[in-house]
Ligand binder design. Structure first.
Ligand SMILES: N[C@@H](CCSC[C@H]1O[C@@H](n2cnc3c(=O)[nH]cnc32)[C@H](O)[C@@H]1O)C(=O)O
Ligand SMILES: [Zn+2]
Length: 430
């Protein structure tokens, strides 16, 4: 199958490129041609790009997709209360089919708001993988592991099974990671074991880091270290590619420890705002050459998985925190949500840019809206004015998943019916 997008405003996200008007051809799963004008082939599916911006799909670098079933169920609580009193009991009631439908709900929202790939850490990952496979999305999947009590190695075995069964599946759209949940739920010994496994198999790691002040206090009490020092002591930054979620409470020395690491930090500004966690020092990390991407965290905390909201929150928080409106300008924050997140997923040469040879993961944004006119600076509109509902078309791996705001791989009526019944049962009495 081939697709020809005609006369769109193209934002490639390559450093040197300014937006320009042109055509894009997709053949199979890749972008094969970008030029001012491309002669149509008879078999091309033609998409009119006039009044639209074509850009790389956004990449959500930290998610717990089935938590969409818990959206709005326990707002306005502190993170540890929210997690221990509400989320964990509710999650204990989720069966594999619930996980499948919750993942599908988040995937529908992601496709509708211009996200083409995501990193997910959760349980019952086979069902999430099935949802990814069926809907046409791209994802890096992780079985999250808390090692607080002895489980006879069950969690680790599930993680290993996921990696073996799903790495490279669904035409290469699915990749996998190993996911020790956080410094406060992983003692040193199992942590070292997982790191050794990741290094041996060259599978990335995905972990929460320094999300709250309480975490910093807890790890200091237990080990006399900062959370970052604890992970360093475990050997996490020596060889493995690591996706660190949050990194809110890092001091200057912690940031120094991350310099030169493979992978980087997924910033989740809306979740951090809503849970009152703090503001991650991401512009300082960027200045040190640390790669930073953007994620939403689960919809249980962030409440939506619209990456355009995260983009706005990310840049506004830096401006506010430093009293400096020049911090994290539009182009830089867009780069975090595309190329930055792509590197966190280990997909830097494949997605996150519009370039011939890259995977065809791209979105079209409809500018024929009052809040998107006139067009002075395309990047400014995208960072500060666009929201997820302005996305018209979403393409992943050369397949059109949404066109003219209609989802083509998901039956939304069926989805909402399933979600309604399941969500009610899960939270009853909690
Ligand atoms: N509870 C599982 C581990 C699941 S991994 C994903 C976990 O991350 C939890 N989670 C979601 N958001 C956050 C966050 O912001 N910080 C820390 N944990 C979170 C979520 O509730 C979920 O349990 C087990 O025992 O094996
Ligand atoms: Zn999380």
């Amino acid at each position: 199958m081939s697709i020809l997008i005609q006369q769109a405003t193209i934002l490639t996200m390559k450093d040197a490129d300014a937006p320009f008007t042109g055509d894009i051809r997709v053949e199979g799963d890749r972008i094969t041609h970008i030029a001012d004008h491309i002669v149509p082939h008879p078999q091309d599916e033609i998409i009119d790009g006039r009044n639209k911006v074509a850009m790389p799909g956004l990449i959500n670098a930290h998610q717990h997709t089935p938590m969409s079933l818990l959206r709005g169920f326990s707002d306005d609580l502190k993170l540890m209360d929210w997690l221990e009193r509400k989320m964990l009991p509710a999650e204990a009631r989720m069966n594999p089919e619930d996980i499948y439908w919750g993942a599908k709900l988040s995937i529908a929202e992601m496709i509708r708001s211009g996200t083409t790939a995501f990193a997910d850490m959760y349980i019952h990952m086979n069902e999430i993988a099935e949802a990814v496979k069926q809907t046409g999305m791209r994802a890096s999947l992780t079985r999250g592991m808390v090692f607080m009590e002895d489980d006879g190695g069950r969690r680790l075995q599930e993680a290993i099974d996921l990696v073996q069964r799903w790495s490279g599946a669904a035409d290469g759209r699915i990749t996998t990671m190993y996911g020790p949940h956080s410094p406060y739920t992983c003692p040193m010994e199992p942590l070292r074991e997982v790191i050794a496994l990741a290094v041996k198999e060259d599978i990335p790691l995905h972990i929460h880091l320094a999300e709250t002040k309480e975490e910093v206090v807890k790890i200091r009490e237990r080990y006399g270290l900062t959370p970052t020092e604890y992970l360093e002591e475990a050997g996490m930054f020596e060889q493995a590619h690591v996706l660190l979620a949050h990194g809110v409470h890092l001091n200057r020395r912690d940031i120094g420890r991350l310099k030169g690491m493979r992978g980087g930090v997924a910033h989740n500004p809306v979740s951090n705002l809503k849970l009152g966690c703090g503001i991650a020092p991401i512009t300082e990390m960027l200045a040190q050459g640390i790669n930073v991407g953007i994620g939403t965290d689960g919809a249980g905390s962030a409440t939506t998985v619209d990456m355009f909201e995260e983009i706005k929150a990310a840049t506004w928080l830096q401006k506010l925190d430093y009293g400096d409106p020049t911090r994290l300008p539009a182009k830089d924050v867009l780069s975090m949500a595309t190329r930055g997140s792509a590197s966190l997923l280990g997909l830097q040469d494949e997605v996150g840019m519009l370039e011939v040879g890259c995977k065809a993961d791209l979105i079209l944004i409809d500018l024929a809206k009052p809040h998107l006119q006139p067009v002075h600076e395309v990047e400014s509109l995208l960072a500060y004015s666009v929201n997820g509902a302005d996305v018209d078309t979403t393409i992943v791996n050369g397949q059109i998943l949404m066109r003219g705001r209609k989802l083509l791989t998901i039956d939304e009526d069926e989805l909402y019916r399933e979600v309604k019944v399941r969500a009610k049962r899960i939270v009853e009495g909690i």
